[in-house]
Design a protein around this ligand. Sequence first.
Ligand code: AMP
Ligand code: ZN
Length: 440
Amino acid sequence: MKAPKTHNIFNPEKECMSREALRELQNERLRKTVKLEYDNVPVYRARMDAKGIKPEDIRTVDDLRYLPFTNKTDLRDEFPFGLLASPKSEIVRIQGSSGTTGKPIVSGYTENDVEVWTEMVARALVAAGGTKDDIIQIAYGYGLFTGGLGAHQGASKIGAMTIPMSSGNTARQIMMMKDLGSTMLCCTPSYATYLGETIREMGLDPKKDLKLKSGVFGAEPWTEAMRTRLEELLDIDACDIYGLTEIAGPGVAFECLEKCGMHINEDHVIPEIIDPVTEEPLPYGASGELVFTTITKTGMPMLRYRTHDICVLHPEKCACGRTTVRMGRITGRTDDMLIIRGVNVFPSQIESVLVSVKGVAPFYMLIVDRVNSTDTLEVQVEIDENGFSDTVADLENIRNEIGEKIKSVVGISAKVTLVGAKTLPRSEGKAKRVIDNRKL
Ligand code: AMP
Ligand code: ZN
């Protein structure tokens, strides 16, 4: 049963502010954040000094363009606590995500930051029709990844009955969904589709056997075609939710039941779209790289964080009454990050595993596909001619070693295929290391 098209708003005072009042609030909060960074984070201070900027020079959102960018490499270089703007004793939570090498990147949250993030998710759930009478099943992974805990906190905040299933174990998910009468589902869109297909294969009819009305799906790119399929399979309204660890987690932006792009929580973050090459800001309506500046975070605030996600911003007022700018679907990346089963994967992480294994050469190809709505990863890697051994046991050991290391470094399992020396294509220019056969 689909959600009634109500437009409940968790925090109308903030979500429906006039643009002028919102700008004033952003200006004030931006000034505070810039000062916080300058006074407490040596990297930011050094970069601003190098550009000859003092915190007092940044007065309004229009001055953002003078500030330096922040990149994922900064989180790696300053790992783990170099970017904290508050004393370590004020940090109450660590969450993490994939870095470009073997180590994850981590973000530290103060109590204030957890509260801000929680409200962002609460807004998203209410926008998808959520109330305290709902039973919300959370099938995002719990752990360092922000999906599980983020959705959990938001669901608790609106007073819903929250079921912390975490990801996987599809049969148990469906049993609980049926027995407890879950009315909302939070997970990745591909896992939701897989759940839907399994439910249908089991001969269950969501209209009769389930009570789901809507879902809040994110952590990976999806399309309108996937939305239509998911809504039919589960007989629900499917809303998109976007976020990233560096900024907060899920809830940075979310769709209302109008489903026309994701409302950005602009009282907490300022979005920009830039040309990824010239790094110049682009106007609303132009496609480019999304950049966020946090304006309420105190643990690890971010100035002009380059997400590498490509999208368009829409400023027109939405029929739901919210006045915040909406971001369209993520249409690509400006780097080589892949999202496989909701997990961010950089080819360089896999490469770092392969160079640590004896008997293989650093020539590899990643083949990504989607089988039964589930992402698959095959890693083809060349045997090293010199260390070549043709005993089956040796080859099996190498395969197992690579598989286990990938699982521990990247966090997902991969099929490892060993191929003969010099069989993978060599390129004269930039090596093509990835074949992505997924049709979104
Ligand atoms: P993480 O920090 O591990 O949660 O990963 C954040 C990244 O996941 C973002 O930068 C996006 O590339 C991707 N992502 C999160 N939500 C969405 C979404 N709704 N649509 C497309 N990509 C998403
Ligand atoms: Zn709306």
